[in-house]
Design a protein around this ligand. Sequence first.
Ligand code: S3P
Length: 400
Amino acid sequence: MDTFSANKFQGKVTPPGDKSISHRALILASIANGTSEIVGLSNGEDVLHTKQAVFKMGAEIKEPNQTDSRAIHITGRKLSAPKDDIYIGNSGTGIRLLAGLCSGQNFETVLDGDKSIRKRPMDRVIDPLTEMGARIESNKTYAPLRIMGGNLKGIEYEMPVASAQVKGAILLAGLFASDQTKVVETVKTRAHTEEMLTQFGADIQADGLTTTLKPSNLNASKVSIPADPSQAAFFMVAATITQESEIQIPNVYLGQSRDGLVNVLQKMGADITKNEADKKEFGENVFNLTIKSANLSGVEIGKEVIPSLIDEIPVLAVAAACAEGETKISGVGELRFKESNRIQSLKNAFDALGGDMKVEGDTLLIQGTNGFSGGKINSVGDHRIAMAFAIGSFRSAKRI
Ligand code: S3P
């Protein structure tokens, strides 16, 4: 960020590498034949835990400073039992994807995390992975998970929840199954597992809502990780809701089910320009964005759109508070199962800060109030709630 003041944003923002892609790059590189080169890995704690997990199971890792290159190098291995439990901190993506990976291994692993992880539902991965043949013990379907993997069979699984983490876990386990695995979604979720499995040479086919994977050996690959749209989201909204702002955000991934916020903000009247980024480095669906200040109007957002902006709803709610009229966001039930119950966290924050939000079942109704009046909130250890209202403070009469 070049220039920054409480009332305008100008310059260039470089968000960290995409978190969802980072987890998957580490996991696939750890089981691929050869040495993968990964540039732009997220350096957040969640991804660090996944890196430690694959290291503990035998992947060889050379950090950029050991090789004089920007890339982290990972040499895949036939994984082996970790000496002790694997701790994944606060990361839902980490624990669920690793549950899939560990289910495919002929050894026992214990996956555990912090207080918040121990309260998040794991039956959504335990059920399909058990159907494939893994034996999983849990604390009444919550972490810690003790996974005794190996001898898996392929399954055909119709997803009861829209979740890319669950889809990813099943596909990772499917790599080690005796026959083909098929996952059928009711609504498209982010496609990072499928895209990256293709890149690492797996025999996988995605056809609409159905993904079919044959047991596969992977080959090492070179991965350039684009910027995380869920991190870019905060700055997109910040520039939009503050006067005289204009920012650039390069190399943002806007592929399947990650482009929801940009589309909705544009519908609300945001001034966002997209130019394709370097295809040779990043492949398809990566864009350089320019965002200028704009006046927003309320919109209706249907439940089919929710997976494409699931992590961006807190900051979208802040944008809606700054818009003219009502914004209605339907089908947000999954928000109850994130790092906090985000429906409750948002409602509490709006009430404390002078916003106007009603919750009717799984629908949020937000009246534009020209921002917030100010006050104090508890972000309840949820990074996206903290960031969203940090951005909200730019349109707040008094300090948040
Ligand atoms: C993710 C999927 C989403 C998202 C999470 C990352 C992923 O979760 O909220 O931050 O990388 O697969 P669900 O699978 O629970 O929808």
